[in-house]
Design a protein around this ligand. Sequence first.
Ligand SMILES: *[C@@H]1O[C@H](CO)[C@@H](O)[C@H](O)[C@H]1NC(C)=O
Ligand SMILES: *[C@@H]1O[C@H](CO)[C@@H](O)[C@H](O)[C@H]1NC(C)=O
Ligand SMILES: *[C@@H]1O[C@H](CO)[C@@H](O)[C@H](O)[C@H]1NC(C)=O
Length: 485
Amino acid sequence: MAPRVSFWSCVFVFALLLVSSLTLSVISAEDGEGQSEEFVLTLDHSNFTEIVAKHDFIIYEKAASILSRHDPPIILAKVDASDEVNKELATGFEINGFPTLMILRNGGKNVQEYKGPRDADGIVEFLKKQVGPASAEIKSVEDAGNLIDENKIFVVGVFSELSGEEFENFTILAEKLRSDYDFGHTLDGKLLPRGESSVNGPIVRLFKPFDELFVDFQDFHVDALEKFVEEASVPIVTLFNKDPNSSPFVIKFFNNPNAKAMLFLNFSSELLDAFKSKYHAVAKHYKGKGISCLLGDLEASQGAFEYFGLKDDQVPLIIIQNNDGQKFLKPHLEPDHIASWLKEYTDGNLKPFKKSEPIPEVNNEPVKVVVADSLQDVVFNSGENVLLEFYAPWCGHCKQLAPILDEVAVSFETDADVIIAKLDATSNDIPTDSFDVQGYPTLYFKSASGNLLQYDGDRTKEGIIDFIQKNRDKTVPLDSVKDEL
Ligand SMILES: *[C@@H]1O[C@H](CO)[C@@H](O)[C@H](O)[C@H]1NC(C)=O
Ligand SMILES: *[C@@H]1O[C@H](CO)[C@@H](O)[C@H](O)[C@H]1NC(C)=O
Ligand SMILES: *[C@@H]1O[C@H](CO)[C@@H](O)[C@H](O)[C@H]1NC(C)=O
């Protein structure tokens, strides 16, 4: 599974935004609780152990409290996707990253991923727009000024009459994509801020805050229109900075199916312009060839740095993540290196980069610390029986398991053939071809002869010890351990 936007917030929570102009839709809670006082309807309860999670929670609360006074009402709801009882729900919605926001209409018949802003005001403004007509008529220069935000994508249909097949297809398009883009239509091209003004349609003109600033299109097949809007609204280089206007494009960048090239530097650097122009040329060259490009400001990218295991002193750097979850890194990049490095990548000449904590110099606790760089040696090449826990520092179930795992390790301390180990999965990359880690803690056992099994029994000392004894390969007499057990 390729991680997507999960560094926005690495908590296992997703939210549902329920929008309906006709009926008020509420998904019933697992536990049947009404929760009518809360503005965000809690469908299943989870405590937020991460600061980021708390932050998101507050945002939704604030947005929900404003929206609760809206007429017709817009309901915000959330579901804890990490809870076993909700797993099926999350799978049904194909949730891969957290938090994921979905928009549900018409009693849940129409489902779309929310790709709008993630701050309270942004969510409110965005959702208010969802309950009116999908496309607004532009009748004056003033209307155009009010509707067309020069920081956003805006799609206008210019028509000679507001009827006919072209107009209907445009309306279908607007309805379909309204949660991702703003739409308008007009009978007078002269009212628009950019482009040929004498045009009287039918034509679709897309305004964008980057690259060529506007682009026209005349094929009114619904599918062709949709493809046009999706493609024309992707910048050649997506900017990732602190400006909230950039966030829809960043989300879109991480959701696209291409390999992702990300160049990070300090935007205060005097080299910014040199990087911009070289990178833009390279990005243009690879557009439509399976690589998307992002340029990120160090100041805004701390979450990404943590997620990818990067260090501030490596900038300017470029990292590529492909769809197999492999990463390739070039630290201390110079503008003139970009094109040649990308060529090395496409030629398959680069070695993947993996995130790892340093191998600990002292490792004498009963439960051994394994990091990405020592995983191969300890787990696969040691010839021992190894029980390995994948954990996250913030995960409550992991904290509960820690003393139990300690006891298990102590009970095997005199048994040289059994190693109990743990790996912090938030700071180390996991080889996804061997391990399928969907939540924490995840326990794997590798026998001395190389049999790899996932442990999903009870998280008790007895359960785990039994499992190890049943599945281990006995290579030497085990008298001392038997005595202890
Ligand atoms: C989560 O927090 C709430 C409120 O602080 C508390 O009532 C509840 O017991 C907590 N739940 C867990 C599982 O710790
Ligand atoms: C409108 O869209 C439909 C469905 O894509 C298509 O069959 C039809 O030809 C379109 N009409 C025009 C005028 O392009
Ligand atoms: C970026 O560069 C500026 C100016 O040199 C500096 O003040 C700032 O601390 C740098 N930002 C980071 C995150 O290193």
